[in-house]
Design a binder for this molecule. Structure first.
Ligand code: DGY
Length: 329
């Protein structure tokens, strides 16, 4: 029996072969609502939409109300902070995401942020690029060692653990982590230790965020938390900008004792041109590239398409954050 064709809205570009997989089974509207010229087509497609696939766009309760036939959202991301979770749960809509396939790439990015902040890589590279390398680098331009330093990781899920492996096994760094759960990773036994938040902040030379943005974690890093950090410590965020009170971060850099920050994520993205974080001399800003490699973005898109097609065919998808109608008793 052939499967019923359903209405799907693709709200972020997919590789042509993956788009074709969806088109072979369903009627597809491609419309990126972040482009002003495509927003009307996106909105017009919502009333009939049964499946949505995409990422990096906030689907709030008002937008979801315009999609009364919706059965599944397949997000091309591991983070699900862009979706109105209570509304989806109430309506029994399945929300799929892409954990696992981006773990190692995102941990690579986080380690790169640590190296950038500590060794001043971007700042010193621009010296060369801009023709300002006119003498041997002296003390004023030295960085700080990374190997052997204590790394504090807030959030010890897949990405936090992958970062800890790099730090502990590759760079001889003791790891302290804060997470509601004590995690047993055999390779990290005795090398990564669970501690309360304040102790992690007080004892770490580098603090990295790898936890999800939820109502409970929003604004987690505020004035009190930055003040608890070691004088001269580094701060790295590769998770979500909303975890950080950005005013407090700037205050800690300018008036506290935070040495530098490397940030892949911001409260508002793309980072507004007037944000002081964009040009601050001790901030290395990156444009949310945690998972942005050819291999990983391809794997994420494949997994998201699998999730979508499975859910629309009435099969439990591989990775449902909210199971919706696939909830088991
Ligand atoms: C994710 O998957 O949540 C990453 O931040 C990429 O958007």
């Amino acid at each position: 029996m052939s499967q019923e064709r359903k209405q799907v809205v693709v709200f972020r570009a997919l590789p042509p072969d993956l788009l074709a997989r969806i088109e072979a089974r369903h009627d597809v509207t491609v419309a990126d609502p972040r482009r002003a010229e495509e927003l009307p087509r996106f909105l017009a497609a919502l009333p009939a939409a049964q499946g949505l696939i995409g990422s990096s766009f906030r689907l709030d309760a008002d937008l979801l109300d315009r999609a009364p036939a919706l059965e599944v959202i397949s997000s091309i991301s591991v983070g699900v902070d862009n979706y109105a979770l209570p509304d989806l749960e109430r309506r029994g809509i399945t929300l799929c995401h892409t954990p696992g396939v981006l773990t190692e790439t995102t941990a690579d990015t986080l380690f790169a942020l640590i190296l950038c902040a500590s060794r001043r890589l971007v700042e010193l590279s621009s010296l060369v690029r801009e023709g300002r390398w006119t003498r041997n680098v002296g003390e004023d331009l030295f960085g700080w060692d990374v190997h052997g330093k204590t790394l504090g990781i807030l959030g010890f899920g897949r990405i936090g653990q992958a970062l800890a492996r790099r730090a502990a096994l590759g760079f001889g760094m003791p790891v302290l982590y804060h997470d509601p759960f004590e995690v047993q990773v055999p390779a990290l036994a005795g090398l990564a230790v669970q501690r309360p938040l304040d102790e992690v902040l007080q004892r770490s030379d580098i603090v990295a965020l790898t936890l999800p943005l939820t109502d409970a974690t929003r604004g987690l890093m505020g004035a009190r938390e930055f003040a608890l950090m070691k004088p001269g410590a580094f701060f790295v965020n590769g998770a979500r900008g909303g975890l950080v009170q950005e005013d407090a971060l700037l205050h800690a850099l300018d008036h506290g004792s935070l040495r530098a920050a490397a940030l892949d994520v911001f409260a508002t993205e793309p980072l507004p041109l007037d944000s002081p974080l964009r040009t601050h001399p001790r901030v290395t800003p990156l444009p949310h590239i945690g998972s942005a490699t050819h291999e990983t973005r391809r794997a994420m898109a494949e997994l998201a398409v699998d999730n979508l097609l499975q859910a629309l065919a009435g099969q439990a998808p591989r990775h449902a954050f909210l199971p919706g109608r696939f909830r088991t008793a």
